[in-house]
Design a protein around this ligand. Structure first.
Ligand code: GLN
Length: 202
């Protein structure tokens, strides 16, 4: 079984670990660089991306993690995790650090202008067996994608608003996967399975 780390600084660490195990990998909480060196892939949970980037510095994980991601470590970021993996975050704080790995520009709290949280059933490229039920909590959306980035899911239109634009909420670039929403909360491990498959292929 591949070893999939779950960054354990903030957020739904236990829920992600349970999903990783259900998806057929061994879950390992990661708080230090020595633990990071043991994993074949890493999940970055949601939370608050500014706080998480500060905690990454405090725990001396920022540089080691940047290096491993640049070296091809498969990573899956949910919500704040997506923000951290992005090349750039709009509406971020000036001291917000990016890990890179995903050639996308995200906007923090983007849906929050209309609704703080909402749920939607989404068609998800690469996931069979019906739509994925997605829970969004002060979620970012992806505003710009680079050439190597595949869009996997979008919200067709903003719930409860007259903004008719589709909003990108799931992307993949190589072995780096990110969702604006929280797939650890719904009891459906298909997104984690997709990630564990990427880890196996890497
Ligand atoms: N709004 C948070 C941020 O900007 C993300 C929310 C979440 O991870 N649920 O970091």
């Amino acid at each position: 079984r591949p070893v999939v780390g779950v960054l354990a600084l903030q957020g739904d660490v236990r829920e992600h670990a349970a999903m990783v195990e259900r998806a057929g990998a061994r879950a390992l909480p990661v708080r230090r660089a020595s633990e990071l060196s043991e994993v074949d892939g890493l999940v970055l949970p949601g939370g608050e991306s500014t706080t998480m980037s500060r905690l990454l510095e405090t725990f001396e994980l920022l540089e080691p993690l940047r290096e491993r991601i640049a070296g091809g470590l498969p990573a899956f970021g949910s919500c704040a995790g997506m923000i951290l993996l992005a090349r750039q975050a709009l509406d971020g704080r000036p001291d917000q650090q990016q890990l890179g790995g995903l050639d996308v520009v995200v906007r923090r709290n983007a849906f929050g202008r209309q609704v703080d949280s909402f749920e939607a059933d989404l068609d998800f490229t690469g996931i069979e067996g019906g739509p994925v039920h997605a829970v969004f909590i002060r979620a970012p959306w992806v505003e710009k994608v680079g050439d190597g980035v595949e869009v996997l899911a979008s919200v067709p239109e903003m719930p409860g608003s007259d903004d008719a634009a589709a909003r990108i909420v799931a992307v993949r670039q190589g072995a780096v996967l990110a969702t604006s929403f929280h797939p650890e909360l719904t009891g459906d491990e298909r997104v984690h399975r997709l990630f564990v498959d990427l880890v196996r292929q890497a």
